[in-house]
Design a protein around this ligand. Structure first.
Ligand code: AMP
Length: 227
């Protein structure tokens, strides 16, 4: 049966890294609105140009645009299910997603809340770079490429840093998260499908806690923050 999962958490919580694992391990389709918007801006469409400035400042793009992007993908079919990475980010987006799911006779099965301390986010985000070819995520200090300048996975030398991965933009992104996205934690808690996971644990431990959360067991104590 198809399973649909939302990854909820501040910028730098590790949503993208874990989403990529779920794609590999479970055959889910990753729907990252951030990736879709970056693709739109690099293809030079009118919409892409409009959103580029907003993204670089660290603000949220309008609900109308991102809901339109997600709608297209959902209507295109779901295979083993979707993993929503960076969407929804506002209550109107969450409502729109519920409506889209209902239209296609599906539902959200789990909302994984990735908890990370704010101080850790600055470090994580400011050292981050990704492979422009395969999307693998690296970090200057904690996970550099084995050979400098070359992706471990696909061998590409097209390694990129995001323009919004700097301290100023991150502050705005965090503020946007607390103002507009964090209310979704209460929203999904009330719906009964919120599963908190400690995003500060090692990548493997986070993946294990997420697997337990998705498969309906209580997440292991190692994967839950008690503080
Ligand atoms: P991300 O790659 O998820 O960190 O997203 C990068 C940027 O894209 C965000 O800072 C926003 O400007 C924009 N963005 C991505 N997803 C959304 C969304 N669901 N709603 C509004 N803006 C978004």
């Amino acid at each position: 049966m198809a399973v649909n999962i939302i990854l909820l958490g501040p910028p730098g919580a590790g949503k993208g890294t874990q989403a990529r694992r779920l794609v590999e391990e479970r055959g889910l389709v990753q729907l990252s609105t951030g990736d879709m918007l970056r693709e739109a801006r690099s293809s030079g469409t009118e919409m892409g140009q409009r959103v580029a400035e907003v993204m670089d400042r660290g603000q949220l793009v309008t609900d109308e645009i991102v809901i339109g992007l997600i709608r297209e993908k959902i209507e295109a079919g779901q295979g083993e299910g979707f993993i929503f990475d960076g969407f929804p980010r506002t209550l109107p987006q969450a409502d729109a997603l519920d409506a889209l799911m209902a239209e296609t006779g599906s539902q959200i099965d789990a909302v994984i809340e990735m908890r990370v301390d704010d101080e850790a986010l600055v470090d994580r985000v400011s050292g981050r770079y990704t492979c422009g070819n395969c999307g693998e995520v690296y970090h200057d200090k904690t996970r550099p490429t084995k050979v400098e300048g070359t992706c471990d996975v696909c061998g590409s030398t097209d390694l990129r840093r995001r323009p919004d991965d700097n301290e100023d933009a991150l502050k705005t992104r965090l503020l946007e998260y607390y103002k507009k996205t964090s209310p979704l934690i209460g929203y999904y808690y009330c719906k009964g499908n919120l599963r908190p996971v400690d995003g500060l644990a090692e990548i493997e431990a986070v993946a294990e806690a997420m697997a337990a959360a998705i498969d309906g067991e209580a997440a292991s104590p190692a994967g839950q923050r008690t503080a």
